[in-house]
Ligand binder design. Structure first.
Ligand code: PLP
Length: 435
């Protein structure tokens, strides 16, 4: 029996903590929620990740969903190497930016024009600014558990429901800044209807993840999506689809196409940078042309349209446009989902999947919004995650984070994981339930 060793990672974490707050450059990476210290990564390839202690993991986090082709896809790496020879930033336009923009516009019908930025956070900030400028209104309606980046106005965790004042979920954000942000429960038709009856005429936009991936994967109820659509028409507010996770993850490209959901603005990120920092905001021409230098809405970025990110993104999206590759990815995901659903039935837990993203919720109860995910045992999840890690399977390190399947996750790799998940569920979950 293998003895699990992470001594080098522990040392690296202690050293990192001397110079970096919490030892990490994004909080979730510290594994605080698992009550463990994180592994430090040595390298990654295809479906696998190696830590600096030499442990090899099958990776289902995939840099939070970025690597739909697996790590270090040879075609992406080749194009990046080629781009590196020409220079790494120019601060002036390149033809490659147009190529990537054209590809995005061609594949997502609601996007007539698109601006490329450096992160999903930036893309959402610009989408909000555009929506307010276009409608002349201020209120933004979001949903509890949907994450739209870390900008002040969107870090709101209402949870408190209609009527109560919005509260920021971070210190350092003035109440005034979130005064116009309202957060409502996802999948709750009554609450959003009620809110619009009171204040609908002041709403600039409803922003949502059509299939949320930031409270685990939650499946949208069709009457909920229909009501959003209806309210936006009735009250003339925009719909911003935050597809930073879901964009290019579905067989029909985006969640809005998969669910036939009409949107005005769309934000993208993650997959479209092929492993480099990127974001994008796109939508109808008349809204997008409000952006400077054409219109009065300001937005800019020193490294926006960065040639390395653009080339990696273009290579990734070009591969995803090939039917054979797309089929392979979705066959992988379907194979995994089919078998996980059988396990979920057998052991009475919840398995959600959409496109190539999935969540395992260790509860027999229905899971349909942030509150129901919050109620799932954290200890049980930590135990499950830890035991799987010991078996060299790395799931996203929080019950609120989605997992992902890539082109590189072939049937053999998935079978191995399925066996290990069943073994671990038997050990951890039935134990957890009966005690
Ligand atoms: C990741 C994410 C963001 C933020 O993107 P960053 O590139 O991390 O700034 C915004 N919205 C959604 C839905 C995301 O998943």
């Amino acid at each position: 029996m293998k003895v699990f060793n992470n001594i080098l990672s522990q040392k690296a974490f202690a050293e990192a903590n001397r110079y970096i707050p919490g030892g990490v450059n994004s909080p979730i990476r510290a594994w605080k929620q698992l009550g463990a210290s994180p592994f430090f990564v040595q390298k990654a390839n295809d479906a696998f990740l190696w830590d600096i202690d030499g442990n090899k993991y099958t990776d289902y986090c995939l840099s939070w969903g970025v690597f739909i082709l697996g790590h270090r896809n040879p075609k992406v790496i080749k194009r990046v190497k080629h781009a590196l020879k020409k220079g790494t930033s120019f601060g002036a336009p390149t033809q490659e930016e147009t190529e990537l923009a054209r590809l995005i516009c061609n594949r997502i019908p609601s996007i007539e024009k698109v601006r490329l930025v450096n992160s999903g956070t930036e893309a959402v900030m610009t989408a909000i600014r555009l929506a307010r400028a276009y409608t002349g209104k201020n209120i933004i309606v979001k949903f509890d558990g949907c994450y739209h980046g870390h900008s002040d106005a969107l870090l709101v965790n209402a949870g408190s429901g209609v009527g109560s004042l919005p509260q920021a979920s971070s210190k350092g954000i003035p109440d005034d800044t979130v005064r116009h942000t309202i957060s409502l429960p996802f999948n709750d038709v009554d609450q959003i209807t009620h809110f619009f009856e009171q204040q609908g005429q002041n709403v600039a936009a409803i922003i949502l993840e059509i299939v949320p991936g930031n409270m685990g994967v939650i499946i949208p109820q069709s009457n909920f999506l229909e009501r959003i659509q209806q309210l936006s028409e009735q009250y003339k507010c925009l719909i911003i689809a935050d597809e930073v996770i879901t964009g290019f993850r579905h067989r029909l490209v985006t969640a809005q196409q998969e669910y036939a959901f009409k949107t005005d603005l769309t934000t993208l990120g993650k997959i479209i940078g092929g492993g480099f920092p990127i974001g994008a905001v796109g939508g109808r021409k008349e809204i997008m042309d409000l952006l400077a230098p054409v219109g009065p809405v300001y937005q800019a970025g020193t490294l926006s349209g960065n040639p390395i990110a653009i080339n990696a993104g273009f290579a990734t999206l070009s591969l995803l446009a090939q039917p054979r590759i797309l089929k392979k990815i979705h066959d992988n995901a379907a194979y995994f989902s089919k078998n996980m659903s059988l396990l979920a039935d057998k052991y009475q837990f919840r398995f959600h999947s959409s496109g190539t993203m999935f969540s395992i919720f260790l509860t027999p109860e229905k899971v349909e919004n942030f509150l129901s995910v919050a109620q799932i045992s954290d200890n049980l999840f930590a135990d499950f995650h830890h035991q799987l890690r010991d078996l060299n399977v790395y799931l996203a390190p929080s019950k609120f984070e989605a997992n992902f399947i890539s082109l590189a996750h072939n049937q053999k790799i998935l079978d191995d994981t399925l066996n290990k998940i069943e073994y671990t569920i038997k050990k951890v979950y039935s134990h957890g339930k009966h005690n």
